[in-house]
Structure formats: C-alpha cells, structure tokens
Design a protein around this ligand. Structure first.
Ligand code: ADP
Length: 179
C-alpha cells in the first residue's frame, strides 16, 4: 500500500458543522466543543431554507450560537442559504461534520452524506457520535418541553433558554398552558 503523503495538504484543516440549530442545544454545543479541539478551524453553518418554518430567524440563531462560542478563537458562525457543499468549496473546507445520536439518525445522515458526495466528491462527511448525556436531546423536543412548562435549563445554554421562553411568551402562550 502506498502512503498518502498529504501532510502539507492537511495543514490548517477546516471543518464545517451545518444544521438548522432551531434552537441550538447542549448537544450541538458538545459537538462544537469537541470539533474545535480537533480541527484548526470550525465553521458553524446555519442553514436557512426559505421553504422551512423556523421558531427563530437566521439572525437570532446566529446571535445565540455566536454567544455560545464567543470564547473559541477558532470557531466562526455563518448563515448560508444554499447547498452546504457549495459553502464548503467556497471556504476551502474538505470536511462536513454531522453529529449522530441513535441509529435512527444514521439512516437520514447516511443518505444526506451520499447526496453531498454525489454533488461534490472532494468533500467528505464525518460523523461524531453524541455524548451519552445528550443522547435524547433534539431541538424539536426542547420547544415542546418549554411549551408545556418543563424545565429546559439542563438542555440548552442560558442564552437559548431565555430566548425560547421569551418567544413562547411573545406568541401569547404561557409556558405550561396547552395550545
Ligand atoms: P438539521 O436540520 O440539519 O438536522 P439540526 O439543528 O437538527 O439540523 O442538527 C444539526 C446537527 O447536529 C446534525 O448533524 C444533528 O444530527 C446534530 N445533533 C443534533 N442534536 C444532537 C445531539 N443531541 N447530540 C449530537 N449531535 C446532535
């Protein structure tokens, strides 16, 4: 087998971590934290799809994630309305990172990675398994828990908890009330 001599090639390794982050959770933050320790530069990409309905605008999601990663010099946050592989190509990143929880995530993630590979074979997808503490955390679940008055303080950073509770109040729903 021939060794792939790509030391120089890999210097300054950039990775992108795309997602909806609606809202960002401690599970997302754990992946960001661990990725920032491995890669030279981590670009968190907030996907903003005009056909999708979000609880938070892209700017609000940007603000929350920027606050979460404020102390990380090698993490940047961007809003992107387009194909993720195009963003990766644009900034010269060769790796897309996705977090996976249960096997049920894997099905969808695997398909997505195949699609991205077909779109641009130069860009690889890597999966990082969740920490078991965040195994059951998902953004949609958090919104529901908050809506029904449950405590989300262990599931999201403080900035996100404040924003979720404020949004629920603004929508005229009392946390804990139904409907
Ligand atoms: P998307 O809509 O692109 O799936 P999400 O915001 O739901 O965006 O998730 C972004 C990425 O973070 C995905 O790779 C997802 O699998 C991963 N992720 C979500 N929740 C967790 C968690 N609790 N632990 C680890 N990874 C997670």
């Amino acid at each position: 087998m021939t060794r792939i001599d790509n030391w120089e090639y890999n210097l300054g390794m950039k990775v992108i971590f795309p997602g909806s982050f609606d809202p960002p959770t401690n599970g997302h933050f754990d992946i960001m934290n661990r990725a920032a320790a491995i890669f030279d530069q981590l670009e968190v990409v907030i996907a903003d799809n005009p056909h999708k309905k979000y609880l938070f605008s892209a700017d609000e999601r940007f603000e929350m994630i920027t606050t979460m990663v404020a102390e990380y010099p090698n993490v940047q946050v961007t809003i992107w309305r387009g194909l993720i592989v195009d963003f990766a190509e644009k900034i010269g990143a060769k790796v897309i990172l996705r977090g996976v929880r249960a096997l049920s995530d894997f099905d969808h993630e695997f398909e997505l990675s195949m699609m991205n590979r077909a779109l641009n074979p130069k860009i690889e997808t890597l999966f990082m398994p969740t920490d078991q503490k965040y195994f059951v955390l998902r953004s949609s679940g958090i919104k529901e828990v908050a809506l029904f008055g449950g405590d989300i303080s262990e599931m999201v950073p403080p900035i996100v908890e404040q924003k979720v509770l404020a949004r629920i109040r603004k929508q005229g729903k009392q946390p804990g009330s139904q409907g």
